[in-house]
Design a protein around this ligand. Sequence first.
Ligand SMILES: NC(=O)c1ccc[n+]([C@@H]2O[C@H](COP(=O)([O-])OP(=O)(O)OC[C@H]3O[C@@H](n4cnc5c(N)ncnc54)[C@H](OP(=O)(O)O)[C@@H]3O)[C@@H](O)[C@H]2O)c1
Ligand SMILES: *[C@@H]1O[C@H](CO)[C@@H](O)[C@H](O)[C@H]1NC(C)=O
Ligand SMILES: *[C@@H]1O[C@H](CO)[C@@H](O)[C@H](O)[C@H]1NC(C)=O
Ligand SMILES: *[C@@H]1O[C@H](CO)[C@@H](O)[C@H](O)[C@H]1NC(C)=O
Ligand SMILES: *[C@@H]1O[C@H](CO)[C@@H](O)[C@H](O)[C@H]1NC(C)=O
Length: 369
Amino acid sequence: MPDLLSIGVTLLLLLVVYLSLDIMGLFNWGNKFQVEGRTVLLTGASYGMGREIAAQLSSRGASVILVARNVSKLESALAYAQSLAKSPSTQRFHLISADVTSEAENKRLLAEATTWNGGRVPEIVWTNAGSSVPDLLLNTSVETMRSQMELNYWAAAYLARETLTAWLYPTTPYSPQSVEKGGQSEAPRHLIFTSSVIAFVNIAGYAAYGPAKSAMRALADGLRNEILLYNGARRSSTSTGQAPAPFDVNIHSVFPGTIKSPGFEQENKTKHAVTHLLEAGDPAQSEAECATACIQGLEAGNYSTGTNWLSKLMRVSSLGGTPRNNWVLDICGQWVASIVWIFVLPDLEGKVWGWGKKEGMPARKTELS
Ligand SMILES: NC(=O)c1ccc[n+]([C@@H]2O[C@H](COP(=O)([O-])OP(=O)(O)OC[C@H]3O[C@@H](n4cnc5c(N)ncnc54)[C@H](OP(=O)(O)O)[C@@H]3O)[C@@H](O)[C@H]2O)c1
Ligand SMILES: *[C@@H]1O[C@H](CO)[C@@H](O)[C@H](O)[C@H]1NC(C)=O
Ligand SMILES: *[C@@H]1O[C@H](CO)[C@@H](O)[C@H](O)[C@H]1NC(C)=O
Ligand SMILES: *[C@@H]1O[C@H](CO)[C@@H](O)[C@H](O)[C@H]1NC(C)=O
Ligand SMILES: *[C@@H]1O[C@H](CO)[C@@H](O)[C@H](O)[C@H]1NC(C)=O
């Protein structure tokens, strides 16, 4: 007759084994982001991290549609992605020049991408176009605040809305006959947002950009919950007259920290010195390193991906009601982060306060007065 103590110890040991396997990812094995033989629509693909994302997805066997404004830069990014193709004879590449801040342009580019893709909406859509114009709020025009929101929030919201509509409510309704069982048409779709670590912690100098990337994060969180309605309806026996899509839809966000990209160089033109000071210790990644980190997060099946240690730490420190990638690791990370903040917050605040005390009132653009 086993006593209570040995039953307790056994249960505890089983729990430890379970948690260890969970942490090692044994319950989440395999690549959750298969791109081979599939088509990716990627905005902001002509230079910066987007160019590397296109190339790395190409090397994994994806066909890629590259979107940005400047055609000659798109052409060179397309040639680069093509040169790294895994199966050059079957993978295809296409470029679309569009300003993604326009709602109409998002409609056009998705329609053009679908036609080019043989009438199928691309299976993976990644809204990556974005850039930051950092400055103190009181030195920023309302026009800049709005255009930052247009590019870093609205562009993603337009494309997300168009894409989800095209996937879930196609003009030609899904019929069971048209679906090849177990084939591409049933493989999950992926909608991916490129946000920023700034969505977890905003600091002096990003008053126009930070809120846009936070709004994007909130959009992704809401959609991540909302999409379950459609994924659930697929398994329903209740007929509403609207045929469900034959696939699940997955939503993801990636949160880069500093990327050494043309966009980051551009930031230098308006970035306040105190922002430089706050960012001085931040880890910086090359475009390729950051692209790899994003794709690895997607391959792990993670809903949200920090691309370096700082972004990972900030992610777990501000989980709120956001879906967890791994309950054990994310909760432990949360505990660590809450201790780290005890030191980081006074440091951030002290630096900004100290700057004001030393340098005095900041100069302001005269045209803003
Ligand atoms: N760099 C960083 O440190 C950093 C940190 C965190 C997050 N991020 C985010 O990561 C993403 C990539 O950043 P990055 O630094 O690699 O960007 P980047 O070097 O500035 O490149 C931006 C890309 O977006 C395109 N683009 C810009 N405005 C556009 C518009 N209105 N319509 C269509 N395409 C447009 C650009 O091409 P065209 O100019 O030809 O249109 C280019 O392909 C962005 O969403 C950015 O906000 C960057
Ligand atoms: C596109 O980029 C090229 C190469 O950097 C540049 O020469 C050209 O002026 C740009 N075109 C536009 C329309 O901005
Ligand atoms: C941006 O400016 C800072 C300080 O002014 C400088 O140290 C840094 O090298 C510059 N970075 C880029 C990418 O131009
Ligand atoms: C996926 O998320 C888990 C839990 O947060 C994390 O430990 C893991 O490193 C992530 N994987 C990648 C490749 O980012
Ligand atoms: C405000 O903007 C002007 C023009 O871009 C710039 O010269 C100035 O340094 C900015 N002021 C501060 C405090 O950043």
